[in-house]
Design a protein around this ligand. Sequence first.
Ligand SMILES: [Zn+2]
Length: 164
Amino acid sequence: MVFRFRDYTTCLSEFEHAIWVKCPRCDRPVLSRCLDQQTTWRIACPHCSYTKTATRRAKQKPMPWWSDDNWWTEYRKYNGAVDPLFGLPLWLQTPCCGETLWAYNEAHLDFLEAYIRAPLRERQGTKGNHHGIAIRLPRWMKLAHHREPLLKGIQHLRDRLPEP
Ligand SMILES: [Zn+2]
């Protein structure tokens, strides 16, 4: 049986409700959790009790952090592997194929793995959401000869997943 990847509607924002980031105080993993209708996120580090809250207005794009020089500095420093609210480095990131492979959480890893494993990827009709991640994934993640290193990278990130 050939597995076909058909999910072209999942958006990155669907994984934003819980993002593993590196605590800026103790460098350990902490969840950035969405508290309400995708407007308020909160970090409460269980290791060092660092707390911070960030908000963004619903449907506002670009997000406030994007207009902040510090956010962009962090974004470039980590090759894009920062969270969209606090600009903190993602916990789940690893060098891969000369780029940075990153994910927000376990569900995001599952999604990426399903995409990378699928030998056939088809786009159904015209219903596909052009904001869907599968279409917007960078080219290097779509190259067949990167499949094995990408799957290794994903396994490495799974090993980094903190206990829930
Ligand atoms: Zn901490």
